[in-house]
Design a protein around this ligand. Structure first.
Ligand code: UDP
Length: 236
């Protein structure tokens, strides 16, 4: 099920409901793309029809960020829980390990994807990592050939948004993987280069507060949230 927020479709399901759908598509060889939706992207897409169309073309749009949940509440929608990019990736990896599907990690600085892969294998010993590639190789055909030669079922691309989604869209017809997810800075988080908020902050949906405490200059970016919520109220 999807719900439209500022003109962008967003899935209403939680992790447990999404996983079978994603893996059903893999078994049916139906290519699909997962994009994370947050208020920042929705505000950008509002003034950028190409970005809006790109987000709407994805097969799955997950509600990342507490702002999306509040927006859904304000418009009396059905999205009740966050589905974050990094946690969705973890669920996909867990299911891949369970069902014997292989993954490929593409993106981040040299060495980071390998470190992220090592962390994942330490957690999920059955996981098949078909390969890794840093996000700074200029020769696109070289990257595509490397991914295709490794024959992964699932490709995670970590080059920031919307760069990663644009890359996937441009090349997915020529790529072997069936499931695609743009995961932003998740490889850095997995590799331990960037710390996530403590569990208490995560549970309270207040990772934004933790980041603000660490990095007060983020207030400028975070002031976009009230602006975003105002847009939601105004559209009614
Ligand atoms: N990155 C990359 N290639 C590029 C630009 C960026 O691989 O040409 C990587 C960068 O090293 C970092 C990630 O993309 O790991 C960007 O993460 P960020 O947190 O900015 O993305 P967001 O989650 O905000 O979309």
């Amino acid at each position: 099920m999807k719900e439209t927020i500022l003109g962008v479709d967003v899935n209403t399901e939680n992790y447990d409901e999404l996983i079978p759908k994603l893996f059903h598509n893999i078994d049916a060889k139906k290519k699909s793309l997962v994009v994370a939706i947050n208020p920042e992207k929705l505000m950008k897409a509002k003034d950028d029809p190409a970005l809006k169309a790109l987000l709407n073309r994805a097969e799955f749009q997950i509600p990342d960020g507490i702002g999306v949940i509040i927006a859904s509440k304000l418009q009396k929608g059905n999205i009740t829980s966050r589905v974050t990019g990094v946690d969705m990736m973890d669920r996909i990896v867990r299911e891949a390990a369970r069902t014997g599907k292989s993954i490929f990690l593409y993106g981040a600085k040299p060495g980071v994807a390998e470190a992220a892969a090592a962390k994942l294998i330490a957690t999920y010993s059955d996981l098949k990592v078909a390969g890794t590639q840093d996000g700074y190789e200029k020769d696109t055909s070289k990257v595509i050939d490397k991914i295709n030669a490794a024959k992964p079922d699932i490709l995670f691309v970590a080059m920031g948004s919307p760069k990663q989604e644009l890359w996937i869209e441009e090349h997915r017809d020529n790529l072997h993987p069936i499931l695609y997810q743009g995961v932003g800075g998740s490889f850095d988080v997995l590799a331990g280069n960037v710390k996530r908020a403590p569990a208490a902050f995560q549970k309270a949906g207040a990772e934004w507060l933790y980041r603000l405490l660490l990095e007060p200059s983020r207030i400028k970016r975070q002031m976009n949230l009230p602006k975003f919520l105002f847009q939601i109220i105004r559209q009614k």
